[in-house]
Each structure stands twice: as C-alpha cells, then as structure tokens.
Design a binder for this molecule. Structure first.
Ligand SMILES: NC(=O)c1ccc[n+]([C@@H]2O[C@H](COP(=O)([O-])OP(=O)(O)OC[C@H]3O[C@@H](n4cnc5c(N)ncnc54)[C@H](OP(=O)(O)O)[C@@H]3O)[C@@H](O)[C@H]2O)c1
Length: 256
C-alpha cells in the first residue's frame, strides 16, 4: 500500500512532535519504507532526542532534525521557510503535538482543579499549534496528493464522553477537531486532492499516558511501534473523500 492514496513519487514527510512517543515511532517506521524520500523531524528538542539521533545515524541523508516550539508562530513561519528550501511539496504532514499533564496542563478530575493557565496551556499545544502548523505549511501542501494528519484523541469526542474529567484535554481536542474539519473544507477548494484527518492512536505507552495507565485493561495499551503502524495504514487508506473526518487507529469513524 502506498504511504498516502495516489502517491506516485517518493514522499517528503514532516512529523511535528517527533522526539519521542508515537511521533518517534512514526519516523522510524516511515524511514524503513523505500517510498519515503525524506523526513523533517520536528520538536522543541529534536536535536537532543536520543531516538532521533539513532535514526539520523542510520538514515543520515533522509532525516532533517529541526528544533521548533510549535506554540510560537514565528518559529512555525521559520520552520516552513527552512523546509521550503529543501522541497516544494510535502506529501504527508503528521502532527503528534499534544500534552495532557505536561507544560502547565493538568488532567483535571473536577471543576475545582480547573484554572486559566492550564486551559491555555492545553489549548496552545493541542489545538492552536497544529492548526497554525497547517497555516504555515499550506504553500507546501498545494500539490497533489497531500495529507495533513493530526493526532487527536477519542476523549475529544463530545458524543462519546460518558466519564467526564480531563476538562482541558478533552475540550482542546474537541476544538482541534473543529479546526481541522473547517480547514478540510477550505482545502477542498485549494487542492481537491488534499486530505485532512483527525486520528485517534489508541491508548499507547508514552510519557503522555504514563501516569494514567493503571486503569487500562490488559492488552489495550499499545506499544508506540504498533500505534505507528496502525496510523500509517490509516493514512494509506484515507483519501480526499474521507477528508475532514475523525478516525480511530482501527479504521472506525469516531462520532464528534
Ligand atoms: N499516548 C496515548 O495514549 C494517546 C492517546 C490518545 C491520543 N494521543 C495523542 O497522540 C499524540 C502523541 O502523543 P504521545 O503519547 O506520543 O506524546 P509524547 O510521548 O508526550 O510526545 C509528544 C511529542 O510532542 C512534542 N511536543 C510537545 N509540545 C511541543 C511543542 N510546543 N512544540 C514542538 N513539539 C512539541 C514532544 O517533543 P518535545 O518535548 O521535544 O518538544 C514530543 O515529541 C498527542 O497529540 C496525544 O494527545 C496519545
């Protein structure tokens, strides 16, 4: 299966949130494919990530490491300018940006734990950074085909919310989904062969989920490499007619 539907060239790929967790596993899995030309691996600490250093040693000419804080719009503009020096077409962009309990965010259990700083931190990384990444990379997504996929989370579904809690994480992922759905409508006009996807990777053993893994049923906690493989299969299957949707790792659509 090709990396994204209708791919005829070798793909240029950008992963934002690449230094660890699912993003790092995605970089490793895609570099193992011979239909991926080059990967721009982006995070605040990309050049200090042991995992990315190892990939860079193995595939030096196919990996570009870029340090960028995606909450900073100036840094996103500089990122886009740097990538544009190396290619004029990104075939696939995957954002794995996300925080739950880091960088000022809190996985609140009650209203009493909610505060403005935590809400702002969650929204800045989970909702605003991915959509501003799309804004700044748009010029590189105008050729056909192109997929912009973002890791959202099933807990961002309002219809699926039966347990409550995690106010700012849930709300920021719901906002992300709305932003992506809106962008998919604009992109249909700019590039009918573009695909915008909100994806749920499944509960995966990473720094983000580590404090909350106690209640995860046996066999339901994925290794990052497994989540990455499922996500790569999904982006290979979902094309322009699926753009604007919200999908789980197993290919099932998630209600909003
Ligand atoms: N793990 C799960 O169970 C699970 C479940 C559902 C959804 N998700 C979603 O999947 C995505 C990936 O999660 P993960 O579990 O792999 O998380 P993770 O291990 O904490 O990795 C997050 C990545 O994002 C980067 N990042 C964070 N803030 C950034 C910023 N401001 N600018 C640039 N890069 C930034 C981090 O790198 P630096 O620190 O180097 O910047 C890191 O590479 C997230 O969107 C998460 O919400 C995860």
């Amino acid at each position: 299966m090709s990396l994204i539907p209708n791919l005829t060239d070798k793909a240029n790929v950008l992963v934002c949130g690449a230094s660890r967790g699912i993003g790092l596993a995605l970089c490793g899995a895609m570099l193992a494919r011979d239909d991926v030309s080059r990967i721009w691996a982006v995070s605040r600490n990309a050049t200090h990530s042991d995992g990315l250093a190892e990939l860079s040693n193995q595939h030096s000419e196919r990996v570009v490491l870029i340090d960028c804080d995606a909450r900073d719009e100036g840094a996103l503009a500089a990122l886009a300018a740097q990538v544009a020096q190396g290619c004029d077409h990104l075939h696939l962009v995957i954002s794995t940006l996300g925080i739950l309990h880091q960088d000022g965010a809190t996985a609140e259990k009650s209203l009493a734990q909610l505060d403005l700083a935590g809400l702002q931190a969650s929204f800045a990384t989970n909702a605003f950074a991915p959509i501003l990444l799309l804004k700044h990379l748009l010029a590189l997504l105008r050729k056909q085909p192109a997929t912009f996929a973002v890791l959202s989370a099933r807990v961002g579904s309002i219809g699926d919310n039966r347990l409550g809690g995690w106010y700012s994480y849930r709300a920021s992922k719901a906002a992300l989904n709305q932003l992506l759905h809106t962008a998919s409508i604009e992109l249909k006009r700019l590039n009918p062969a573009a695909t915008v996807l909100a994806l749920h990777p499944g509960t995966t053993d990473t720094e983000l989920s580590r404090p909350f893994q106690g209640g995860v049923p046996v066999g339901k906690l994925f290794e990052p490499a497994f989540a990455a493989q499922c996500l790569i299969e999904l982006v290979g299957q979902l094309g322009p007619s699926d753009s604007g949707g919200f999908w789980a790792w197993d290919g099932r659509a998630i209600e909003w």
